[in-house]
Write a protein that binds this ligand. Structure first.
Ligand SMILES: N[C@@H](CCC(=O)N[C@@H](CS)C(=O)NCC(=O)O)C(=O)O
Length: 253
């Protein structure tokens, strides 16, 4: 339960300065829950600080598909803050997780599933290579971001450094953060440094879902005041900066 609460706390925060007003964030979420969703809009459900919500927003921006955002906490967060639980959100997200996505009278949840839908429905601007092997490689890096990077950056750094002190008024366990920084992140960064190499994009010639799923976690790292050491991982650092500068990311920060 505590881990879940910590996780939900991450959604309340948008900060690089540690100066977030959590009460305002909760009020903001409560307010947006009452927003009436028109039946013909694309809607992304979920608060912006979630790396998975950011992922879906970047995809939509890349594909130049206009959307609205319902800045809603996951169900567990709505319950913990005694907030109203919007019907359209629970309908779109059966597990109460964010992100969820709706379009007209249809909805679906999970950033990976949403991405696959967007790719099939709106293929004009592609975010997955069509070659089967390149495509598989892009999906591999998406999974690597969603799971492997998230398990360290989100769970052990962002939650400790940002969520615990600001949301739960608890002390950061710096030993968890330091262990993650000194022992757990370096092998992940070594791998990415090697894989990025001299490529423009991690899965090949196309900017893809792989770049989005990886770099979304580097945004969380920055928000946790952890700098990627450009001396040790120069190619990875340059790559992350290059991707974050894209309009699609800038609009989703
Ligand atoms: N695999 C899911 C992960 C989504 C996820 O775990 N979202 C978190 C927020 S970052 C959440 O809703 N947590 C609430 C919960 O686990 O109940 C995706 O890619 O959308």
């Amino acid at each position: 339960m505590f881990r879940k609460l910590l996780t939900l706390g991450a959604f309340l925060l948008v900060t690089q300065t540690y100066s977030v007003n959590v009460t305002a964030a909760i009020e903001k979420n409560t307010k947006t829950q009452t927003h009436t969703i028109q039946s013909d809009e694309r809607v992304v459900y979920g608060v912006s600080v979630s790396p998975y919500v950011r992922k879906v927003k970047v995809m939509l921006n890349e594909k130049k598909l206009p959307f609205k955002q319902s800045e809603v906490l996951p169900l567990i967060g709505l319950k913990a803050t005694n907030s109203e639980i919007p019907d359209d959100f629970t309908k779109a997200s059966p597990l109460g997780k964010i992100p969820a996505y709706s379009e007209k009278d249809w909805s679906i949840a999970d950033s990976g599933v949403i991405g696959d839908y967007l790719e099939a429905q709106y293929p004009a601007i592609k975010l997955l290579p069509s070659d089967p092997r390149e495509r598989a490689r892009a999906k591999w890096f998406e999974k690597y971001g969603d799971e492997t990077l998230a398990n360290v950056i989100h769970t052990k750094i962002f939650i400790e450094r940002v969520v615990k002190p600001l949301v739960f008024k608890q002390q950061t366990d710096e030993s968890v953060v330091q262990k993650a920084i000194s022992e757990e992140l370096p092998p992940l960064f070594d791998y990415l440094e090697k894989e990025v190499g001299d490529k423009q994009f991690i899965a090949g010639n196309l900017f893809s879902i792989a770049d989005i799923a990886i770099v979304t976690h580097f945004v969380s790292l920055e928000k946790s005041n952890v700098k990627l050491d450009a001396q040790k991982w120069p190619k990875l650092a340059a790559y992350v900066q290059r991707i974050i500068k894209r309009d699609s990311f800038q609009k989703a920060l």
